[in-house]
Write a protein that binds this ligand. Structure first.
Ligand code: LFR
Length: 469
């Protein structure tokens, strides 16, 4: 009888529960439940709908019964930086505000008044994004200090769901590093930084690494589901899980392509050199204390928003086709400008940028899509140049993983513009990384090298050769 694990992966537009097991040395996946995820408006803020999401997780777990499968374990990942605060009775003190909410506008500068930017970088190795948890917490400190006073417990979103499943509270290492409050060297909460900001150190829990078996389901849930299982910590930061799935890292730059494009390399130690700070590269914690040296690029969010602004009249495939036909159109926007993080209307924001920079203004869906894709690749190119400069070497391959790697036109464009070979896959990188961490904790897979070999043997990776353009 195979050992099954269940990965819960919650992304910006949907969440999924995927069963995984090993069969003849290959990892097999079976998606058993999919649900929508939308950021909802609560009062003045954009928030996670945590109550509904937890119900969806339960629905997915129950679906195992109809398949006659009792998973040995479950692991949850979501995007990073967001959190809940609980009071002394384990009730939410405030809504789970989502990171695109403007509450952190201008807060980074306030933090720099207390902690110099260089010090923050040297201690944490984390890139400056205005939505990092540190700025979200400091926004609360400045605007609603009573909330922080009442808080007894800080849990990031996957950790909150783990708490609802098991009754146990713990922070997980990979997600904790995204807060910009973890020391990159001690790998623990940086009491010094918390002290400078007057944030209570006691609300934070012990940091546990991925592959930790947190516990088992609460009695109540065992009764509800009809079975028990272990709750295991994968890399609960989705990008942490995704990068585990890059089959080969030799000479390779990866792009984890989804709502964001995360572009970088894997290291065994953090790199906080001045150039890394200048170019705003991060050193996010990974499985086995590897570090993802990467940069956030605005990603497919921009095309998702364009599509939504057209009331979903065009599919992604249609937008790609329309972009292809706009051979004469070449306006480029700086996708890394914060104005594209959550504009009221992405189409108008792109048009305004082109007007301001005296470029041709995109008017048709094809022109807008072409502008987004070409601008993304331009930003990839800059990031790759920076990586090559910092490491003083040339990388010959790019491995695109995640849902975005299904965009063939974009893959070919990357290959042509960068003049490098592009590998595309695996598509389900995040769920795969989540599953292999669980299977390692259960002793089914020996280590990350074996996991990567299994992944290489199990999933399709397409190659795109650079054309001389
Ligand atoms: C990707 C991701 C990125 C993180 C951003 C915000 O889904 O997790 O790694 O920088 O979302 O959490």
């Amino acid at each position: 009888m195979s050992t099954y694990s269940l990965a819960v992966d919650i992304g910006a537009s949907s969440g999924r529960l995927i069963l995984g097991h090993l069969e003849n040395g290959k990892l097999k996946l079976n998606e058993i439940h999919r649900f929508e995820n939308n950021i909802i408006r609560k009062g003045d803020h954009y928030c996670w709908d945590v109550e509904r999401l937890f119900q969806e997780i339960k629905t997915g777990i129950k679906a195992c019964n109809s398949l006659g499968i009792k998973p040995e374990s479950i692991g949850i990942d979501t995007w990073a930086v967001d959190f809940v605060l609980l009071d002394d009775e384990n009730q939410l003190v405030t809504d789970a505000v989502a990171y695109r909410d403007p509450r952190t506008d201008g807060v980074m500068e306030e933090v720099f008044k207390k902690i110099p930017k260089e010090k923050l970088y040297l201690e944490t190795g984390i890139q400056f994004q205005k939505f990092n948890t540190i700025y979200q917490l400091y926004a609360l400190k400045l605007k609603s200090p009573e909330v922080l006073k009442e808080a007894k417990s800080f849990l990031m979103i996957p950790e909150y769901f783990n708490f609802l499943l098991t009754g146990k509270k713990a922070n997980e290492y990979t997600n904790a590093t995204s807060t910009q409050l973890v020391n990159a060297f001690t790998k623990n909460w940086d009491a010094d930084l918390l002290n400078e900001l007057d944030i209570n150190r006691d609300i934070f829990h012990e940091i546990k690494p991925p592959k930790t078996i947190l516990g088992t389901l609460s009695e109540e849930l065992v009764a509800e589901f009809g079975f028990d299982m272990k709750v295991i910590l994968p890399a609960t930061h989705d990008t942490g899980s995704a990068v585990i799935s890059v089959p080969e890292l030799e000479d390779t730059i990866y792009i984890s392509s989804g709502t964001w494009s995360l572009i970088g390399v894997e290291n065994h130690f953090p790199i906080c050199v001045p150039k890394a700070l200048e170019y705003n590269f991060t050193n996010e914690g990974g499985l086995d204390y590897r570090f993802r040296f990467l940069k956030n690029i605005m990603g497919l969010w921009m095309i998702q928003e364009v599509k939504r602004n057209y009331d979903d009249r065009y599919s992604f495939a249609e937008l790609v086709e329309l972009a292809r036909s706009e051979t004469e159109f070449h306006s480029i926007v700086n996708v890394d400008d914060d104005r594209f993080l959550k504009p009221d209307n992405m189409i108008e924001e792109i048009q305004a940028y082109c007007l301001e920079t005296k470029q041709q203004v995109p008017e048709t869906p094809g022109q807008l899509a072409k502008c987004v894709y070409e601008s993304l690749v331009e930003s990839y190119k800059n990031a790759i140049n920076e990586i090559e400069e910092i490491f003083e070497k040339t990388y010959s391959k790019i491995n695109v993983i995640g849902g975005g790697c299904q965009n063939e036109m974009l893959n070919q464009l990357i290959a042509d513009v960068l003049q490098k070979e592009v590998y595309a896959g695996p598509v389900e990188a995040t769920a795969i990384g989540n599953l292999v961490a669980q299977l390692m904790a259960l002793g089914e897979i020996a280590n990350i090298d074996e996991a990567r070999k299994i992944i290489k043997d199990s999933f399709e990776v397409k190659t795109y050769k650079a054309l001389n353009v």
